[in-house]
Structure formats: structure tokens, C-alpha cells
Design a binder for this molecule. Sequence first.
Ligand code: FES
Length: 285
Amino acid sequence: MATRDLPALGGHPEGFAGSMRTDRWWIEPVLTVLVLGAFGVYATWAAFQGNHYYADPYLSPFYSPLIFVDSAAAVPGGAPEHHAWFGGHWPAWWPAFLPHSPAFFILAFPGAFRFTCYYYRKAYYRAFTGSPPGCAVVPTAKSRRYKGETAWLLFQNLHRYAMFFAVLFIPILGYDALLSFWKGGLPWDGGQFGIGVGSLVLTINVILLGGYTFGCHSFRHLIGGKDDCMSCGKATMRLKLWKRVTILNMKHQNFAWFSLFWVGFTDVYVRLVSQGIWTDLNTWG
Ligand code: FES
């Protein structure tokens, strides 16, 4: 009999979720199921809508960068074609059974980054598979045979590559936040400067996403964490950078949740302003 199949000795509980812990350890996995589950359902729904992702000058982060728009379809709340990287002609090869939603071109990248994040793995392994549900809590019988991230879970190594794409999204979302202060386009396009609640919503969004992305364990490894001696006693730029990344890394869990909530809220905000359900308070009048 393998060691992992032996019953625990010493009177410890043995059934799933049994524990001698007296604190409310179950709150964290329950919240994780509720929040991550709700976000997954909402993000999927929002991606399939393909409309109301733009309310001049605000672009939803679920649709940014905007690769193509379907200018022929007159999408409610759709962005004007000059906003799209490749204009307003929807690609002819697009499958007929899928809606013409620009979100489909980009959501896989932040999705893969979050799904394979080292912190989220811990959270959703505990919450969704109970392997184990918490420290010193009995796992499901199946997960007692957990072999680490080998076999099919090897795909989680994708994270180090998804990180490069996630980093690219930050200046793009930063540009969207900048554009959110100019209605009708940037100054040389005749845009008018102002501030709206949406400008603040988009700006907070990129700050939180930046904090999450630049606090990533893989990013910290890339900056210097992989070396035994990155400065060898000297105050190099690399060492300074690594220390700053480490500060973000220590708060990675907080940034993971706050940025998740805020990016979803930003889409809701743009969607409801675009539909005329919410009024955006701003200086444009
Ligand atoms: Fe969480 Fe990389 S470890 S984003």
C-alpha cells in the first residue's frame, strides 16, 4: 500500500473537509467559488454580446485592444472604425455561428494569464477541486493521489509565456485610460479634454492591472529572481527594479482580487453608460 493511501493516525478526522481547525477556514474557498465563478460567467456573457463596449471616450477593457470592428453591422454601442487596429471590415473567415464580437480576439490572453497564475492556482485548486480545501483540512479521496503539476497539469507552465502578452496589455490599457480624458479623440484629432467618472474608472483599472501584472512571480523571476547574484554587492538598476517588483509581488493576492473585481466593474460601467442606464458625471456637460 502506498504511503498516500494510509489512513491518518492519532484520531484526526478522515472524511472530506474534516479538520481539527477551529477557525472558519471554509470562508476562503466558498468566496473563491462565488467570486471566480461569477466573474467567469459574466466575462463569457459580456464577450458574447459584442455590443455596448464603447461610450465615447470610454472603451471596455474586455474589448481592448480593439482589433476589428464590424462597421457594416451598426452595432449598438460599438466603437467607430478608426478605433480598430485593422479598421471596420470584419474578417470574412469568421465562423458564422459566432457573434461578431471583438472580445474574442483578445480575451484568451488575459484569460490564460489569470487561469495559470500561481496564486489563482492555489485558490481554485482548493475551492473547486478540494485538493485540499485548506491547510490541515482533509482533501477529496481523488485528490489524495495528486501528483503535483505533472501529466496534464503541465500546461500550467504556459504562465511564463502568457506573462509576456499580459505585460503588452498594460501600455495598451494605459493608452485607453489616457484617451478617456479626451472626448472625440486626442487633441490633434480635435478631441476635447475633460474628466468623467469613467476616466477615473479606466485609470484605476490600469493601475490595478499593472500592480497585478508586474507583481507576477514569473515577471519577478525574469527581472532578477532567477539569479543567485543579480548585483553582486552593487546598487544596480536591476536590483532596484527587482525590489520594487518584490513589493508588488508581496501583495499579489490583493492585486489579483482587486484587479479582477475592477476590470469586471469597468466593463459594467462602460456597458451601462453606453446603454444610457447610468449617467456618466463629467466635465463635458
Ligand atoms: Fe500570478 Fe503570474 S503568478 S500573475
